[in-house]
Design a binder for this molecule. Structure first.
Ligand code: ADP
Ligand code: MG
Length: 298
């Protein structure tokens, strides 16, 4: 393609809300034969909703929710937003304008969060978080988790003062276009793979719904990037599509990193292409545009 064709291609992309950061990105996209998709916020809507709460200890639901929300309000994670939203009704009941203050807040990427609220240590996250923090997970909690995962929902564990106190079931449905996008890509001879930090149970249920056979779950940010590199070492030209901080190493490692426009700034910076309208269909728009630009017969 001539420099002019590349300029035109980039311009057409921009007019469609597909921001292509330079000629190299546009060129690489036409060779892509394998796409790694993040799950949460990429294949799913990314606006998860708490659909159920199970308390394992004798604690008022309200107190539990306030402690959890006061911790999660410090996190940018979509699951955290769901938890805070769910607890909102308890805050309003009290006419409170703010959550209790959280001290020593830390966020453990891909695992969850931790803080001290009202002199209690609160941990909110997945099984690995609890295991890393030496919190015992009773059989009862394991069973609740399994049921939640079979419904393609995510179970979030809460420990208060080092005791597993409750489980939240969070539902994050697929984007309406997700299934069709995967099926069109298949017709375009592009293989789709899903990587997620979420647990294996939920990941497999979601992959099954969207029509993806190849899944890696419980992946830390580095492992997402490793998966991209593994596929490259098999000779594939790999695109990564993601929205989160946790996707940025993989977005950088990929031949073409594509960020969802509604995603975090760090992902957008790490990407070569930004899907400004946050439409999954624009993954296809980008590849089409590149194929057209680089297969032009002159
Ligand atoms: P994904 O790759 O699907 O976008 P992440 O890597 O962001 O997922 O998160 C992986 C898992 O870590 C989540 O499914 C959740 O179990 C846990 N997690 C991460 N951050 C939080 C948080 N702020 N609150 C609760 N759980 C969290
Ligand atoms: Mg994500």
């Amino acid at each position: 393609a001539t420099p002019t064709a590349v300029m035109v291609g980039t311009g057409v992309g921009a007019s469609k809300g597909v921001l292509i950061k330079g000629g190299q990105a546009l060129e690489s996209a036409h060779k892509v034969n394998c796409i790694v998709f993040d799950k949460t916020g990429t294949l799913t809507i990314g606006k998860p909703v708490v659909v159920n709460t199970k308390l394992l200890k004798n604690m008022a639901l309200k107190e539990f929710c306030v402690l959890v929300a006061a911790t999660e309000v410090n996190s940018e994670h979509p699951l955290a937003k769901a938890v805070v939203e769910y607890a909102q009704k308890f805050k309003e009941e009290d006419d409170n304008k703010t959550w209790p203050e959280a001290q020593d807040f830390i966020s453990i990427t891909g695992h969850g969060v931790k803080a001290i609220v009202q002199n209690k240590e609160v941990l909110v996250g997945n099984k690995s978080l609890m295991l890393d923090q030496n919190i015992f997970i009773p059989i009862e909690a394991e069973e609740i988790l399994k049921e939640i995962e079979e419904m393609a929902q995510t179970g979030i564990l809460v420990s208060i003062d080092r005791k597993l106190t409750g489980v939240l079931a969070i539902s994050d449905p697929l984007k309406p276009s997700a299934r069709e996008v995967i099926s069109i890509l298949k017709a375009m001879k592009v293989k789709s793979i899903m990587v997620t930090g979420d647990n294996w149970g939920t990941a497999k249920s979601i992959a099954n719904e969207v029509g993806i056979d190849d899944v890696t779950a419980e992946a830390k940010p580095d492992q997402k990037a490793e998966e991209v590199k593994r596929l490259q070492s098999l000779g594939h030209t790999v695109a990564m599509v993601g929205d989160g901080i946790n996707d940025s190493p993989a977005l950088v490692a990929a031949d073409v990193g594509m960020a969802i426009g509604a995603g975090t700034d760090i992902a957008i910076e790490a990407a070569d292409i930004v899907l400004m309208k946050s439409n999954l269909e624009d993954v296809i728009t980008a590849i089409d545009l590149s194929r057209k630009t680089f297969s032009r017969i002159r």
